[in-house]
Design a protein around this ligand. Structure first.
Ligand code: RIB
Ligand code: CA
Length: 313
């Protein structure tokens, strides 16, 4: 089977970094057409820089990185340095990137790429706020029917929110963009906190990264060492939740995951519940299903895949 063509839309972030590394380590299954940076965990200048740092860490400096939106579609930017550190990639000491960012704006790259490919052949993989994707759909609605699938990290239901009591960070930062995406009609697979909080980097799993003994393995161990302190303190969890790599792992081994096709709507009115993903898990509303909402993961299988693929870089 030929590799799946994807665009990774991202706000690195340590977990974004691991998701990108996993994709770049898996050329048989994944063909990364480009990486589009968006403001989220840290401002756009840093997410763009971090995306390039990660591509060079992977030994893939020819990867095309584009800069997108530096603020949400209708709200002030909220960032997450309290989780990811001031640079967004705290933990390892990694060299500043040499590779340059592409001239084209990320939103236009997304539009042009979907227009240039046959319908159903390009998958969008948003790992941060949905600003770039929502902006592209609003600017060029014709591209929506071209999308093969959107596999995104965002939202929460049984796990409730991580930035407010009701909302997960990616959706909370840009609820208007998320509303556009979830109402677009494009096929969507959602990796919410319900599943990502089951993908915890316990010490044995982190040791497995470090014991690869490679630049990449050690850097990933140091990233998750830094990244885990927030969740350990808040949830008492046994390690950092690897949110975003669930997206790229799904493209390689979907059988690691299970979920339910349901209706998911986004709260865009009430400040109290702004950005909440209202997931109709029990189908009580009669609203048409619009997303596969993932609830479970084979965590051991996930980490085995991750360690094996990272060992290739
Ligand atoms: O809520 C977790 C999500 O927000 C992850 O994508 C993390 O990188 C941050 O963007
Ligand atoms: Ca992210």
């Amino acid at each position: 089977m030929s590799a799946r063509k994807i665009i990774i839309d991202t706000d690195p972030g340590q977990d974004d970094a691991v998701a990108i590394l996993l994709a770049l380590a898996s050329p048989e299954e994944i063909d990364v057409l480009g990486i589009t940076a968006v403001a989220g965990n840290v401002p756009l200048t840093l997410t763009s820089k971090n995306a390039r740092i990660v591509c060079e860490l992977a030994g893939k400096p020819d990867t095309k990185v584009y800069e997108g939106c530096d603020r949400p579609m209708g709200r002030e930017l909220v960032t997450a340095e309290h989780v990811h550190g001031k640079t967004g990639l705290n933990g390892p000491v990694l060299p500043a990137p040499i590779m340059k960012v592409e001239d084209q704006h990320a939103v236009n790259f997304i539009i042009d790429t979907l227009r240039a490919h046959d319908a159903g052949t390009v998958t969008l993989c948003p790992l941060g706020p949905l600003t770039n994707i929502g902006s592209a759909f609003e600017k060029a609605p014709d591209i929506i029917e071209k999308v093969q699938e959107i596999v995104l990290m965002g939202g929460a239901y049984f796990e409730v929110g991580n930035i407010t009591p009701a909302a997960e960070f990616n959706i909370y930062v840009d609820p208007q963009a998320a509303d556009i995406v979830f109402k677009s009609g494009a096929p969507i697979v959602v990796m919410p906190l319900d599943v990502t909080h089951k993908a915890l980097v316990t010490k044995p799993r982190n040791d497995a990264f470090r014991n690869l003994g490679t630049k990449v393995g050690i850097a990933v161990a140091e990233m998750t060492d830094f990244f885990e302190r927030f969740d350990k303190e808040k949830y008492g969890s046994d390690g950092a939740p690897l949110h975003d790599p669930c997206v790229t792992a799904y493209l390689i081994q979907p059988e690691l995951f299970s979920g339910r096709r349901i209706n998911v709507e986004i709260e865009t009115q009430s400040e109290l519940t702004m950005g909440m993903t209202v997931a109709d898990w029990w189908s009580v509303t009669g609203r048409a299903p619009n997303a596969i909402f993932i609830g479970d993961i084979d965590a051991d299988g996930f980490f085995s895949l991750l360690a094996e693929r990272l060992s290739r870089l």
